[in-house]
Ligand binder design. Structure first.
Ligand code: UD1
Ligand code: MG
Length: 459
């Protein structure tokens, strides 16, 4: 359905229209539904604010898991958009004066419909899981595998489309592995883990106003920018083929249409698909960020982290740029790797790892992993891990003055690293630093992907 050159891709304009609708719906519905969420006990106290003891607790509650509103608006927009995404074959029938006769299987792009529907299915499972997590606080080890299951429809469609499982070997390693390695089933395992990573990694980089939403927003904008590079712009605006990289992941199939675009038609279609899923996501994120910005009047809850994370792995897998996608997650990868000692039980992990708030100065400070001191002395492995992290400046250790044993450490999060390196700052400043790091990560990602590709690939 996406065959025309850019100025006449009508579906793209519809997608932009639905995104504007999604933005307006979110900005209106979030405050309108806040009280309903509080009544349903979906609320939390902002951990990093001061409260007057005379005000009853109920009045200080902030509605939580409004990501459900975002997810609903987002998924509804995507569903309403389906007839527009497939308008070309329908319009062809209308022009042939037989609108209701149906289209033969050969004429209708069923594979694209299955890509679209399987993506919606994964997004729905993610929303369900996120919301259940908000309501029941699911244990870590229980919630980890669920996104893997949610990704099965995507993997099946990827398989049906004879999706590529090759990776291009960087030049220096070619004498060992050859030009391409076929990872086969391992590639599917990698893609299914991608959904677990993208959902959870946003969720654990959280706890300050605006953090979850702004991460999702910047990653989505980065994906959009990347998609735009592949569209059939008028020739003089096109990105030269050698910069896009002629590698197997992209599946270039020759010139799409002389003078219109360099990439293959499939390539353009995949990136249009990605745009159709990212534009309304950006819209709901902007709409929600308005209410979630410091001081937050609404919290996203785990639902927003899950729907956004799943949307990213959906486009990464279905539009075949999952490795490029990971480059947009640099702060999340750093935060996840840093968090591992706490996530896997080497270092105590409190329920909340948010920075410590000092009411007198209104500033945030790095928070500690344990209150007072660790209950038991760290094992040899933990000790080594903590010493390395401390040498790198990623945590600050408290040691027993007599024995030298580690008795406490700051929580292993990127937010604490910012506070350790840059000194105490306000919550608003900290979220701005987080946003800056995300933007810097994306700029670096584009540089690696398109600036250094010639070093790694001889595309
Ligand atoms: C994850 C983090 C946890 C962090 C929490 C904050 C890990 C392993 N888990 O847990 O350390 O404390 O997110 O979201 O890293 N809140 C605020 N301000 C905000 C957002 C949330 O105070 O801007 C508080 C509110 O009390 C809210 C609660 O965090 O009710 C939500 O926490 P939840 O998303 O349920 O925590 P997890 O995702 O389990
Ligand atoms: Mg959360």
């Amino acid at each position: 359905p996406f065959l025309e050159p850019l100025p006449s891709i009508p579906a793209l304009y519809s997608s932009i229209g639905f995104s504007i609708f999604a933005f307006l719906a979110t900005i209106y519905l979030v405050p309108a539904l806040g009280p309903t969420f509080i009544k349903a006990r979906l609320s939390g106290r902002d951990l990093l604010k001061v409260y007057d003891n005379k005000i009853p607790r109920e009045e200080t509650l902030v509605p939580e898991s409004l990501g459900l509103v975002c997810a609903s608006v987002y998924i509804l927009s995507l569903i309403l958009f389906i007839p527009f995404a497939f308008s070309t074959p329908i319009l062809q029938q209308v022009h042939a004066n037989k609108p209701m006769e149906g289209i033969t299987v050969a004429e209708f792009p069923h594979h694209q419909l299955s890509v679209y529907l399987s993506s919606l299915l994964s997004l729905l499972v993610a929303t369900l899981l996120g919301f259940l997590d908000d309501v029941f606080d699911i244990r870590w080890r229980h919630k980890l595998p669920i996104p893997i299951i949610a990704s099965i429809p995507l993997l099946m469609v990827y398989y049906a489309e004879r999706g590529n499982t090759n990776v291009v070997v960087p030049l220096p390693l070619r004498f060992i592995f050859g030009n391409l390695i076929n990872l086969g089933p391992l590639y599917y395992i990698y893609m299914s883990l991608l959904s677990t990573f993208s959902t959870n990694s946003i969720n654990i980089l959280a706890g300050i106003n605006g953090s979850e939403t702004s991460q999702a927003l910047i990653i989505a904008l980065s994906v959009i920018l990347n998609d735009l590079l592949y569209l059939p712009w008028p020739v003089r605006f096109q990105v030269p083929l050698h910069l896009l990289g002629n590698n197997a992941e992209l599946g270039f199939g020759g010139v799409w249409k002389a003078g219109m675009a360099y990439g293959s038609r499939e390539l353009v279609e995949r990136h249009l698909f990605s745009l159709y899923f990212m534009l309304p996501l950006v819209a709901v994120c902007i709409g929600f960020l308005y209410h979630n910005w410091y001081p937050a009047r609404a919290f996203p809850g785990d639902t927003l982290c899950y729907i956004a994370g799943m949307a990213f792995s959906v486009v990464g897998i279905q539009a075949h740029f999952s490795k490029t996608l990971l480059l947009f997650f640099l702060p999340q990868i750093f935060n996840f790797v840093l968090s591992c000692p706490q996530l896997f039980g080497l270092v105590p992990c409190p329920r909340h790892r948010v920075p410590r708030f000092e009411a007198e100065t209104n500033l945030l400070h790095p928070s500690k992993a344990a209150e007072g001191r660790f209950l038991k002395a760290p094992s040899k492995l933990t000790e080594i891990a903590l010493r390395i992290l401390s040498t790198l400046g990623f945590t600050e250790l408290t040691t027993d003055p007599t024995s030298g044993v580690i008795i406490n450490a700051t929580n292993l999060t990127i937010l604490n690293v910012f506070l350790l390196r840059l000194g105490p700052m306000s919550e608003k400043k900290l979220v701005q630093v987080l946003i800056a790091s995300q933007v810097a990560g994306s700029i670096f990602a584009f540089f690696i992907r398109y600036g250094l590709a010639w070093l790694v690939y001889d595309g």
